[in-house]
Design a protein around this ligand. Structure first.
Ligand code: CP
Ligand code: NVA
Length: 309
């Protein structure tokens, strides 16, 4: 049995295999051909943080695969009143066939997975957002930008930056990250990515200058400056991130064929301008839609691995 907790748990071939499966199911879905890949399977979805895309894509996804999703907000289940993860895991995994969790520390999802009888999927933690990166890479593939890929990530050294590090390190593309001083990526995650990059051939460049990062890149991406749980730091962060907004002038530094991605929700006028969000280079809604398709690939792949025993 396999879990989907971080991209580092997967080989390059496995990541590409999941995406191939996702694309096949996407084509079927577009023809409104809904095959029962996961008949009567139950996906329990535990949310300790808000969500639009993750909730809707997983719930729609499992339903279209022949199963059903259970939306479990931590405000409503006993987890929110202090029932341990280890007990919650042993109870839910005796009833559901797969579990998706959105929570705070990565250690919490690892604790859940340790006790779970069924595959566990990371739907975002403070440290990582791996399912988002599957959708992002699928969007890059569809845009025909896989070859000579140069991704520029500008902004906070957060869960999105960390998952980009993991993906680049696994797949072997060039990733440039520009963060303000004091908002750099986690050192351990970076060092681990640099180790993996030695094998994959990935080029990982870390700095503080957005323009240098974006110059001649083929994908420009950013994320909110204030992640969930950091609301108290909002004012300070907005000051500290001055100069890191992606605007049309920044986009001009990238290659002409470059696309703009954002996991959303986006805060126009902060990390990105409205003009860039609405430009023809912006594939943000294709990217959001691909959450549905990429995650179907993840779920079906994990379900098959479970049966392989
Ligand atoms: N990108 C993303 O995970 O969006 P939600 O927070 O709406 O799920
Ligand atoms: N970095 C953001 C991503 C939201 C999808 C957060 O963690 O809030």
């Amino acid at each position: 049995m396999r879990h989907f907790l971080t991209l580092t748990d997967f080989t390059k071939d496995e990541i590409l295999e999941i995406l191939t499966l996702a694309k096949q199911i996407k084509e079927e879905t577009k023809r409104r051909e809904f095959k029962d890949y996961m008949p009567k399977k139950v996906l329990a979805m535990i949310f300790e943080k808000s969500s639009t895309r993750t909730r809707v894509s997983f719930e729609t996804g499992i339903y279209q695969l022949g199963g059903i999703g259970l939306f479990l907000s931590s405000n409503d289940i006993q987890l929110g009143r202090g029932e341990p993860m280890s007990d919650t895991s042993r109870v839910i995994s005796r009833m559901a066939d797969m579990v998706m969790i959105r929570t705070f520390e990565q250690s919490k999802i690892e604790e859940f997975a340790k006790y779970s009888k069924v595959p566990v999927i990371n739907g975002l933690t403070n440290e990582y957002h791996p399912v988002q990166l599957m959708a992002d890479y699928m969007t890059i593939q569809e845009a025909g930008l896989e070859k000579d890929l140069v991704v520029a990530y500008v902004g906070d050294g957060n869960n999105m930056a960390h998952s980009w590090l993991n993906l680049a390190a696994k797949l072997g593309f060039e990733l440039r990250i520009a963060t303000p001083k004091g908002y750099e990526v986690d050192k351990n995650i970076l060092n681990n990515a640099l180790e993996m990059a030695k094998i994959s051939g990935a080029k990982i460049i870390i700095g503080n200058d957005p323009k240098t990062a974006i110059k001649d890149s083929t994908v420009v991406t950013t994320d909110t400056w204030v992640s969930m749980g950091q609301e108290d730091e909002k004012e300070k962060r907005i000051k500290d991130f001055a100069g890191y907004m992606i605007d049309a002038d920044m986009m001009k530094l990238a290659q002409e064929k470059a696309i703009f991605l954002h996991c959303l929700p986006a805060y126009r006028g902060y990390e990105v301008t409205n003009e860039v969000m609405e430009s023809s280079q912006s594939l943000i809604f294709e990217e959001a839609e691909n959450r549905l398709h990429a995650q179907k690939g993840v779920m079906v792949w994990l379900d098959r691995k479970r049966d392989e025993k």
